[in-house]
Design a protein around this ligand. Structure first.
Ligand code: GLP
Length: 247
């Protein structure tokens, strides 16, 4: 049985998603939590940080990381996932550098960066919770359509639409050739609990394919149908074709 939760509007969605993150930290103070960047997660990170600012809870043992990162991009660029997560949530929650695990964005050897990133998470017992956004074409992390389900952490080529968006939103100059360092699909599937989050009408058709279509490498997010503990948290717009599946 797939667990589908539909919030009645965007505000309720943001608050529900924020409380999923806070709830995990309260339930297990040494949680390892994977986050995602993007428009979907911005408000929820702000809500988590606001609540912590007002009513601090214990974050001294929490480990945070992001599911993906752009390569060949200095951390000084706003579009760098390290920088977004640091500013939106890791620093506001006083997470020290040693428990904020991110691959380097500039490296001579990205394969070794991938291995160390994955290994650092494995040494901590793997992620307890992974918050996952949904790409416009069904990608998760930066695993684009066609990525083998058996993939481990790797550097994926950027698809042109995603790359154009990153460049537009973050002002990355053309001389920076971008790649997408991402936890692989197999790595993601090893997470104890996953919450797939999607909001907005522009995600509705992809949500339908992810949940009602076949499990296929053409829609990477469809693999989540096979995860033993995955919640699909949607707002009413994103969930309009799957309302019959909601609890
Ligand atoms: C990018 C990120 C993903 C994110 C996705 C959704 O591809 N690499 O991690 O989940 O965008 O972004 P948005 O929430 O802006 O739609």
């Amino acid at each position: 049985m797939l667990k589908v939760t539909i919030a009645k509007n965007e505000q309720e969605f943001d608050v529900m998603a924020a409380w999923r993150i806070i709830g995990q930290m309260l339930k297990k103070p040494d949680s390892v939590i994977g986050l995602s960047t993007g428009a979907t997660t911005k408000n929820m990170h702000a809500i988590v940080s606001d609540i912590y600012g007002k009513y601090p809870f214990d974050t001294s043992q929490v480990t945070l990381f992001n599911v993906d990162e752009l390569t060949n991009l200095p951390r000084s660029y706003a579009g760098c996932c390290y920088t977004m997560i640091a500013e939106q949530i890791a620093r506001p929650l006083n997470i020290p550098d040693e428990r904020f695990i991110m691959p380097k964005t500039i490296s001579e050897d990205y394969e070794s960066e991938c291995r160390s990133f994955q290994q650092a998470l494995e040494e901590r017992g793997g992620a307890d919770l992974q918050m996952l956004g949904l790409g416009y074409n069904g990608h998760i992390g930066i695993n684009q359509p066609g990525t083998p389900f058996g993939s481990e952490t790797w550097v994926s080529p950027m698809d042109p639409v995603f790359e154009a968006r990153v460049r537009k939103e973050t002002g990355v100059p053309p001389e920076h050739q971008l790649g997408g360092l991402t936890l692989g699909i197999r790595t993601i599937m090893h997470t104890k609990h996953i919450i797939l989050i999607a909001k907005g009408e522009h995600k509705a058709e992809m949500v339908r394919q992810m949940l009602k279509g076949p499990v296929t490498e053409d829609i990477p997010a469809s693999v989540l149908q096979l995860h033993p503990s995955c919640e699909f948290l949607l707002d009413a717009d994103a969930g309009k074709y799957v309302a019959d599946m909601a609890e």
